[in-house]
Design a protein around this ligand. Structure first.
Ligand SMILES: Cc1c2[nH]c(c1CCC(=O)O)Cc1[nH]c(c(CCC(=O)O)c1C)Cc1[nH]c(c(CCC(=O)O)c1C)Cc1[nH]c(c(C)c1CCC(=O)O)C2
Length: 346
């Protein structure tokens, strides 16, 4: 029988402390898994993988079957929103994502009206996933945060410091806010549609929050995030939201209160004391250095123990501090899960 009450990730998201903590890994479906590479090779391209429910369901389930994670994350990408806006999004092997860089004039002409039709296969994937997943496994939907998605739309590709988007925001402040507001409304619509299709909770990835000044973090990261969370809380009350503002450092202290999110994602650079302070307000998620999944061995064990000692006393969803990398060894994931799940048994 379906008993969503058994979903440990949901318990933590409601503020309960569960020990050993539930665990999943950001980017848990991906190139470090041979079965992913095999399925990926059958798709015409990466977006084709995202928009073919048979394939997207399969790659979402692969890490659940292999490792028994406590949560599955929908297989898709944050850049399906610019794709739905006709920005000519491509994923080029070895180069990362590319799209047509947007101008201030073009921002005024963007039209998100076709989004739900374009993303219907993603909603179908969510529906099938909820039906196929074990009842104790939480299903997470996700989107990118407006700032992070905008950095790709403005540069047309990934950059190390997001200089193109920061400069654009200085030179075209009104167009830039128009873009962030549009992305916030579309992201809210997109996440609500994922919730209606069966997502139990959603995560919003602000992977490039760490390059912003304090004033810009308030305007470009917190403002749009709050706008999305306000809509979810008003329109789908009770559905938890995880916010992950990578690299935001001391600005994370106020992030939960300022945005209304239920759980604060912590990257691996967040100091223990700050993490604990944030956890006084509710759930946190993180924050093992993802490179430990390449290194393995005693270094991995020590890293796991440190996260558990630091954050294991409160509401914690064990995760990495950012996505797992293609170089990771699946054996190290097995070792990680075993160590987390046997914690407290000695
Ligand atoms: C910034 C960002 C993107 N995408 C995402 C983010 C935020 C998280 C983060 O910071 O890592 C989020 C994302 N991307 C993907 C997922 C799927 C679900 C999961 O986590 O398992 C999720 C949640 C699949 C993917 N998205 C991508 C892949 C690899 C593409 C392939 O298989 O060829 C996967 C599995 C491609 C992608 N997509 C993106 C980039 C920069 C790249 C290229 C870099 C890379 O290759 O890792 C944009």
């Amino acid at each position: 029988m379906e008993n969503p009450g058994d979903r440990k990730v949901m318990k933590v998201l409601s503020g309960e402390s569960v020990f050993p903590p539930p665990i999943w890994l950001m980017r848990q479906a991906g190139r470090y898994l041979p079965e992913y590479r095999k399925t990926r090779a059958t798709a015409k391209g990466f977006l084709d993988l995202c928009y073919t429910p048979d394939l997207a369901v399969e790659v979402t389930l692969q890490p659940i079957r292999r490792f028994g994670f406590d949560a599955a994350i929908l297989f898709s990408d944050i850049l399906v929103i610019p794709d739905a806006l006709d920005r000519n999004v491509r994923f080029v092997e070895g180069t990362g994502p590319l799209m047509d860089p947007i101008s201030a004039e073009e921002i005024g002409r963007l039209d998100g009206g076709g989004m739900h039709a374009h993303l219907a296969p993603v909603y179908e994937t969510v529906r099938r996933l909820r039906a196929e997943l074990p009842s104790e496994t939480t299903l997470l939907g996700f989107s990118g945060a407006p700032w992070t998605v905008a950095t790709y739309m403005i540069a047309g590709h990934g950059t190390p410091d997001q200089a193109p988007a920061r400069l654009f925001a200085m030179q075209h402040p009104e167009s830039f806010m128009t873009l962030l507001n549009l992305l916030a409304e579309m992201s809210a619509d997109y996440l609500i549609a994922q919730i209606d299709a069966g997502a139990d909770a959603v995560q919003i990835f602000d992977s490039w929050a760490g390059v912003l000044s304090e004033a810009d973090f308030a305007r470009f990261a917190i403002g749009p995030m709050k706008r999305i969370v306000d809509r979810i809380k008003a329109e789908r009350p009770g559905v938890p939201v995880i916010g992950f503002a990578k690299g935001a450092g001391a600005m994370l202290e106020n992030y939960r209160a300022a945005t209304g999110i239920d759980c604060v994602g912590l990257d691996w650079t967040v100091p223990a004391k700050l993490g604990q302070k944030i956890q006084e307000g509710g759930a946190v998620q993180g924050n093992l250095d993802p490179l430990l999944m390449v290194a393995g061995g005693a270094a991995l064990d020590r890293g796991v123990d440190t996260v558990l000692e630091t954050l294991g006393g409160g509401p914690l969803i064990f995760n990495l501090g950012h996505g797992i990398t293609p170089q990771a060894d699946p054996e190290n994931v097995t070792r990680l899960i075993k160590r987390v799940r046997s914690a407290g048994n000695s």
